[in-house]
Design a binder for this molecule. Structure first.
Ligand SMILES: [Zn+2]
Length: 318
């Protein structure tokens, strides 16, 4: 494995986010790595890919900054860099929930992966919430978790208001790397749930530490890989190809650029429909030429066809 992919976030107040971002971007450019970094006045949220040496230099750099000394990184090895370019910019919110005043310090108990596993093993009385979007939980989730049918993280507050979860229940929540729980746990506590627990470091950390026990399917990630394995003992896809109906967990964007729908599709399905989600899209004049070799690199394709800002609201989420 030639490259390392890192995922990280750190809530720590930044006085001048613009200046912080400019300096950060200069360092990253000089280093020559790719990925996405978002900076706001409440901290930093990023995912980057490069050689292990480059990644180490970046980690050292970030940890040398005041307030970021104890930033934790989720690391994964990969044969290629799963990003087309480097994006480093200031954002209003580190992760977009569209609710003001949610301070991560008021969040739930950070459950360590081994504690999480043991709570699941003991079948304690709890309700478990998958704090990710439907297209993420669709290809992988913890056994018994509630999977809200939402397309954006900022739909979660409304979902919670309608979900009817008893306030006296023990709540377990998880997301990919932990950042969404840092906001959602605060919201739940504010709304009256007391026993709120969040998986520290998210699914990716749990996969590393506990081998992914009780996790079915794979973990959706916001880069060219799209899904990564979690439970090494169970790599069976849990989703189905929307074209052939056979088990699959690879995603593709509809080749009709006007549609661009993200859907689960097998290689066989992609061949049949030339990368489209429907016959209608297949007949569209805005259909990209089908390229079997690159059909499953949807995010890179987005960049190629639409430039930086396309679908960025989704890309910023971890
Ligand atoms: Zn389509």
């Amino acid at each position: 494995m030639k490259y390392e992919v890192i995922l990280y976030y750190k809530f720590s107040k930044i006085d001048d986010a613009e200046a912080f971002c400019t300096a950060h971007k200069a360092f990253l450019k000089e280093l020559g790595v790719k990925g996405r970094v978002y900076i706001s006045d409440e901290g930093i949220n990023g995912t980057l890919g490069g050689t292990p040496v480059e990644m180490q230099r970046y980690k050292d750099f970030l940890r040398s900054l005041k307030g970021f000394e104890d930033t934790e990184f989720k690391e994964d090895a990969h044969e290629t860099i799963p990003f087309a370019k480097l994006i480093c910019k200031v954002r209003q919110e580190m992760v977009a929930i569209h609710v003001d005043g949610l301070n991560p310090e008021d969040g739930g108990y950070h459950m360590k992966p081994h504690e999480w596993r043991s709570v699941m093993e003991n079948r304690d009385d709890y309700v478990m919430i998958d704090v990710r979007n439907n297209y993420e939980s669709n290809v992988g989730h913890f056994e018994g978790a509630i999977k809200p049918d939402v397309e954006n993280f900022y739909d979660f507050p409304q979902w919670l208001d309608e979900a009817d979860i008893p306030k006296d229940k023990k709540v377990l929540m998880y997301c990919t790397g932990g950042i969404r729980c840092e906001k959602f746990s605060v919201l739940m506590k504010k709304k009256g749930w007391d026993d709120v627990n969040q998986l520290h470091g998210g699914i990716l950390n749990y996969a590393k530490e506990e081998g992914g026990k009780f996790f079915k399917g794979k973990c959706f990630v916001f880069d060219d890989r799209l899904v990564v394995p979690v439970n090494k003992d169970n790599l069976e896809p849990i989703a189905r190809c929307e074209i052939t109906g056979k088990p699959a967990d690879s995603y593709i964007n509809c080749a009709n650029m006007e549609c661009n729908k993200l859907f689960v599709c097998s290689e066989e399905g992609a061949e049949i429909m030339e990368g489209c989600c429907s016959e209608e899209c297949k007949a569209s004049e805005y259909k990209r030429p089908f390229d079997a070799e690159n059909a499953f690199k949807p995010f890179r394709k987005w960049y190629n066809y639409f430039g930086d800002d396309f679908k960025e609201r989704e890309l910023q989420q971890q």
